[in-house]
Design a protein around this ligand. Structure first.
Ligand code: SME
Length: 155
């Protein structure tokens, strides 16, 4: 279920293309959300949250509409990843008291903060309908995307 290395390299090339030629940061996030959602079968919901003050605000996404368009930093898996400035992987969302449900089908989640100069600008949030869907290859792919996106989001 984890993403193979060759797929990772090809996705990163397409992310780099999107960052170079894809327009402003919102347009680039939209392209990356679409790319990840279309390319990786276990990525059921893919979205960006932007940190505005102490509130995470939903940006471009692919998947069903989420009721969580604004998440305070002290709530959810999303709030945990942004406030702790580290990737959070939850293998079983129903066993994690922090979890804010987006869809009853969601079984596992990964949230990767987008950091620039030690400041969290936002995050990439992925939900899967498969349990324990996320591993080290997903983490390294998404952290590489977050690192590439950070300078784009700052400008
Ligand atoms: N599950 C997230 C909320 C966002 S939805 O998954 C899109 C959380 O617990 O923070």
């Amino acid at each position: 279920m984890m993403t193979p290395i060759t797929a990772t390299e090809s996705i990163l090339q397409r992310v780099d293309d999107a960052i170079r030629h894809g327009g402003d940061s919102i347009a680039v996030m939209d392209r990356i959300a679409a790319l990840l959602h279309e390319s990786i079968p276990h990525y059921t919901w893919v979205g960006f949250y932007l940190l505005e003050g102490d509130m995470l605000t939903l940006g471009p996404y692919r998947g069903k509409p989420s009721p969580h368009t604004r998440i305070p930093l002290n709530q959810g898996i999303c709030g945990a990843a942004a406030s702790q400035q580290r990737t959070v992987i939850v293998a079983d969302v129903n066993a994690d008291p922090r979890y804010l449900a987006c869809s009853i089908e969601t079984r596992s989640e990964i949230v990767v903060p987008i950091l620039f100069d030690g400041i969290c600008l936002g995050e990439i949030d992925i939900d899967s309908d498969q349990p324990d869907a996320f591993g080290a290859s997903d983490q390294s792919l998404l952290e590489a995307i977050a690192e590439r996106m950070a300078p784009k989001m700052r400008t």
